[in-house]
Design a protein around this ligand. Structure first.
Ligand SMILES: *[C@@H]1O[C@H](CO)[C@@H](O)[C@H](O)[C@H]1NC(C)=O
Ligand SMILES: *[C@@H]1O[C@H](CO)[C@@H](O)[C@H](O)[C@H]1NC(C)=O
Ligand SMILES: *[C@@H]1O[C@H](CO)[C@@H](O)[C@H](O)[C@H]1NC(C)=O
Ligand SMILES: *[C@@H]1O[C@H](CO)[C@@H](O)[C@H](O)[C@H]1NC(C)=O
Length: 320
C-alpha cells in the first residue's frame, strides 16, 4: 500500500506443452568467480540469470540446472524472494544485494533472491541491466510496463509459476527494495508452517475484513496460491480489474474473495516500519521497511552488526 547461475554458456529454453506458448528469453549469466558462493549467506544467483518473461499469460521455460553447494535434498523447503525494484535503481540494488549476501544462511531452507522489474524501455537502462544480469544473474524481467500500483505484483505472481515450473518453490515472496529482510528469521517462521494455502506477512485489518491483508513491505504466499493467481484465479482477477490499485490491498482482496490463503500469519511486530528517529529496531526483526536512504541502510547494517569487524577507515588494503 505504501508503494508499492549459474553460468554455463548453454542456453536453456524448453517450451512446455501448453496450449499457449509464449516467448521467454533466458540469458544465462556468468558467475563472477568459480565456486561462486564466497561464503555468501543467501544465494542471489542460482538459476536463470535474466528472464524476460511473458507475465500476463502463461509462459513456460525451464530454468537451467541448479548448482548448489549442498544437495537440494538437504533443504526442508524453498523460498523465492522477489524484490520489486526499477531498472534505474542500481545503487539501491547494490546495497540490497549486499544485504542479502552478507546474511547468515537460512538453516534448512533454499532461498533464492531475484530483483524484479518490468520491461526495460530506456536504452541506457537496457544496456546497464544487461551487464548487471551478466555479472549477477539475479534479475527477473517481466512483460509489463513499469509501475507501482498498476499490476506489477500481479505480473510477478502470475509469471513465477510458469518460469519456475520445472523446479517449483514452496513459497513465493514479494518484497521491496526499501525492506531489509532477515532471511534466517523468516525461514524459522516458515519452517513449521503448512506448505499450502499460506499468506504471511505484516497483517493489516481493513474495512471490517475478518482476515487481514498483508502489507506490501513483504509477504509470502505458498506456491499453490501463486499458481492459483496464474491459473484459475487470473480470469476473475482480470475481469474485476483487480490488478490496478494498491498492490498489497489488491492481493488481499483476490484471496479474500476466493477464500484462498486461509493459513494467515501476522508477523507484527517483528515486521515494521523504521521510524523517523531510526530508534525502533528490534533484535528479533524479520523485516524492517522504509529504508529509503543510504543513511537508513547504514543504520540498519550497524544495528544488525553487519558492519561489525569492518573498519571502513582503516588503511588496510585488504578488508576482511
Ligand atoms: C507482452 O505484453 C504485451 C502487452 O500486454 C502483449 O501484447 C505481448 O504479446 C506480450 N509479450 C509476450 C512475449 O508475451
Ligand atoms: C515488452 O517488450 C517486448 C519486447 O520489446 C514487447 O514485445 C512487449 O510488448 C513489451 N510489453 C509491454 C507490456 O510493454
Ligand atoms: C476495467 O477497465 C477497463 C479499461 O479501463 C474498462 O473498460 C472496464 O469497464 C473495467 N471493468 C470493470 C469490471 O471495472
Ligand atoms: C550486535 O553485537 C552486540 C555486541 O556483540 C550484541 O550485544 C548485539 O546483541 C548484536 N545485535 C544484534 C541485533 O544481534
Amino acid at each position: 500500500m505504501m508503494k508499492p547461475l549459474t553460468a554455463t554458456s548453454t542456453t536453456y529454453l524448453l517450451l512446455a506443452p501448453l496450449a499457449v506458448l509464449l516467448l521467454v528469453f533466458l540469458l544465462p549469466s556468468l558467475r563472477p568467480r568459480a565456486g561462486g558462493s564466497d561464503g555468501l549467506g543467501v544465494q542471489c544467483a542460482r538459476r536463470a540469470g535474466f528472464v524476460n518473461a511473458a507475465a500476463v499469460t502463461a509462459a513456460v521455460a525451464a530454468p537451467p540446472p541448479v548448482e548448489t553447494s549442498e544437495p537440494p535434498a538437504a533443504a526442508e523447503f524453498s523460498l523465492l524472494v522477489g524484490v520489486l525494484t526499477m531498472p534505474s535503481r542500481r545503487e539501491r540494488r547494490d546495497i540490497v544485494r549486499a544485504a542479502y549476501a552478507l546474511q547468515p544462511p537460512a538453516r534448512g531452507a533454499r532461498v533464492d533472491v531475484r530483483f524484479v522489474f518490468c520491461n526495460v524501455t530506456d536504452p541506457t537502462d537496457a544496456a546497464l541491466v544487461a551487464v548487471e544480469a551478466r555479472r549477477h544473474g539475479d534479475l527477473l524481467v517481466l512483460n509489463c510496463t513499469e509501475n507501482m500500483n498498476d499490476g506489477k505484483t500481479y505480473a510477478y505472481l502470475s509469471a513465477v509459476p510458469a518460469i519456475f515450473a520445472a523446479d517449483p518453490y514452496d513459497y513465493v515472496m514479494k518484497t521491496d527494495d526499501d525492506t531489509y529482510l532477515r532471511v534466517a528469521a523468516l525461514a524459522d517462521e516458515l519452517r513449521g508452517k503448512p506448505r499450502g494455502d499460506v499468506y504471511l506477512g505484516y497483517g493489516y485489518a481493513m474495512g471490517g475484513q475478518p482476515m487481514p491483508f498483508m502489507h506490501g513491505m513483504g509477504y509470502v504466499v505458498s506456491w499453490d496460491v501463486a499458481a492459483w493467481v496464474a491459473g484459475a484465479g487470473a480470469e476473475e482477477i482480470l475481469a474485476r480489474n483487480d490488478t490496478m490499485g494498491p498492490e498489497d490491498l489488491m492481493v488481499g482482496k483476490w484471496l479474500n474473495l476466493a477464500g484462498r490463503g486461509r493459513n494467515r500469519y501476522d508477523l507484527k511486530p517483528r515486521m515494521y516500519d523504521l521510524n523517523w528517529f531510526m530508534d525502533n529496531f528490534r533484535p528479533d526483526t524479520v523485516a524492517v521497511h522504509m529504508l529509503k536512504t543510504n543513511q537508513r541502510w547504514a543504520a540498519t547494517f550497524r544495528y544488525f552488526n553487519v558492519t561489525a569487524g569492518i573498519n571502513p577507515s582503516s588503511n588496510s588494503h585488504l578488508l576482511p
